[in-house]
Design a protein around this ligand. Structure first.
Ligand SMILES: [Zn+2]
Length: 102
């Protein structure tokens, strides 16, 4: 369903579903920030309290882990967000009477 690392293809190659309505925006990134922070921050705190490593050890451990987790989770979560939007018919908010407008 992807044409690049994060770019959606124009349509589903199997069923022809139009992907142009895909608009997850920052949704996947926000969820990933919470999830990865929830994983990495406690690990860093425990490591600091237990081992008191120098700062470069923290940088060496947590920067690659954080970047790796974010890169690994971004694509599947983007696909999940699109699947949920499609399944639940998500669209822009509308008010009553909007249908009458041109
Ligand atoms: Zn399909």
């Amino acid at each position: 369903m992807f044409a690049g690392y994060l770019k959606f293809a124009d349509a589903c190659p199997a069923c022809g579903l139009d992907y142009s309505a895909e608009d997850a925006g920052d949704g996947p990134a926000v969820f990933i920030m919470f999830a990865v922070g929830f994983i990495v921050v406690p690990m860093a705190l425990v490591a600091e309290v237990a081992f008191k490593p120098p700062l470069w050890v923290h940088a060496l451990l947590w920067l690659p882990l954080t970047l790796g987790l974010c890169a690994a989770l971004l694509r599947p979560l983007r696909a999940i967000m699109f699947a949920l939007q499609h399944q639940h018919g998500a669209a822009q908010g509308r008010l009553d009477g909007d249908d009458a407008a041109p």
